[in-house]
Ligand binder design. Structure first.
Ligand code: CMP
Length: 140
């Protein structure tokens, strides 16, 4: 994978509200190509593994519980400068601080239920993509 790809995951709060499709539309309209996509659900153990980088943080247990509470839509996205541009598109972690027009400003309700995840580096984009997708599930 090159620096032109990132990983995202639409979170249970957004799926529950029925805005998963609207979020995917905004992602595509911003110029990201979908390389892999599915709907699935994590167990608490899988969520714990995915977010292990945060295991020392006070919010880790609640985060793993929430992220395994319902359906999620993970995806691999491609665009020039993907990681940085996607972080701009989704906005600040806390939607209260997110810029107008960003996905979190449009669809998120709180720092916990913040609608969407985006990788914070090229290395993590690769690790997170490999967590969810086999080669067969990617278009290239
Ligand atoms: P995400 O981009 O998925 O990465 C880790 C998640 O932890 C983050 O989005 C938030 O939803 C959640 N979280 C909860 N509390 C905090 C906090 N105080 N700081 C950062 N992330 C938090």
């Amino acid at each position: 994978m090159t620096g032109n790809r990132t990983f995202t995951m639409i979170k249970p709060d957004a799926i529950e509200k029925g805005v998963g499709g609207a979020i995917l539309k905004q992602i595509q309209e911003a110029g990201f190509k979908i390389i892999a996509l599915k709907q699935t659900k994590m167990s608490p153990e899988q969520a714990g593994k995915f977010y292990f980088i945060h295991c020392e943080r006070p919010f880790y247990a609640d985060l793993c519980s929430f992220m395994s509470s319902g359906a999620i839509i993970p995806a691999i996205l491609e665009k020039e400068n993907a990681v940085e541009d996607f972080r701009k598109l989704i906005g600040a972690t806390n939607p209260a601080n997110a810029e107008p027009g960003t996905i979190r400003k449009n669809f998120a309700e709180s720092i916990d239920k913040n609608a969407i995840h985006g990788s914070d580096s090229n290395d993590n984009a690769i690790i997170e993509s490999n967590f969810f997708f086999s080669e067969l599930e990617r278009i290239s």
